[in-house]
Design a protein around this ligand. Structure first.
Ligand code: ZN
Length: 218
């Protein structure tokens, strides 16, 4: 089991399912040659893919192109089913930093064949995930900067204001399909600037107010 804390409290959550959005920042959708979707595009990562700050991403042998994607993570604190967007904030326990590690070559090959992407997104170590700051510590989750550097070089520098689908709408949409349970996590998509890492690189990710991750790659 993977546990994450709410920083500054004694609250802990066992991480459950991780529901992720693809193409939720227009510039990133364009850089991959994808259309901007009218409804959120969803996929999931298993809890077994989660690693902690300081742990190592291990690129599987079946990929030659492993990409980073820095993302704001939303931790669900209460069971949510068919939640209205204007009530969605009541179900958020905290915010954290995640990197959605993606085997781009594998994903592209599967997409081209119309096959599911799980082995490109859900492999062991594919989800570096920080502890969470309490939801009340973040005045506006759509006013945060997201940055990711590789070996100190800034590669992604975005703002959560650029999300196409907003967090409240995302929770309403997802909770009408999958019941969200305490400890479930939503990864809200990545801004432009994604690219590859190789064994020996070190990624540093930062979201203002929310936290940091330092993640070596092997
Ligand atoms: Zn992503």
């Amino acid at each position: 089991m993977t546990i994450r804390k709410i920083i500054g409290t004694d609250q802990e959550f066992t991480i459950g399912k991780i529901v992720c959005l693809a193409r939720n920042y227009a510039e990133h959708a364009r850089e991959l040659g994808n259309e901007t979707p009218p409804a959120p595009v969803l996929f999931m990562k298993p809890a077994s893919s989660v690693i902690a700050d300081g742990d190592t991403v291990r690129i599987p042998a079946y990929s030659q192109e492993c990409h980073y994607e820095v993302e704001l993570a939303v931790l669900i604190g209460a069971q949510a089913r068919n939640v209205a967007a204007d009530k969605a904030h009541e179900y958020i326990a905290g915010y954290g930093v995640a990197i959605d590690m993606t085997l781009r070559d594998v994903q592209n090959a599967l997409k081209a064949k119309g096959l599911p992407w799980e082995i490109a997104k859900g492999f062991d170590t594919a989800c570096p995930l920080s502890d969470f700051v309490p939801a009340g510590a973040v005045a506006d989750p759509h006013a945060l900067s997201l940055k990711l550097a590789v070996n100190g070089d800034c590669r992604q520098n975005g703002i959560t204001a650029d999300m196409i689908h907003r967090i409240a709408q995302i929770i309403a949409h997802i909770s009408a399909i999958f019941t969200l349970e305490p400890g479930d996590v939503i990864l809200t998509g990545t801004p432009a600037g994604v690219g590859p890492v190789r064994a020996g690189d070190v990624m540093t990710a930062e979201i203002s107010t929310v936290g940091y991750l330092t993640i070596p790659v092997a």
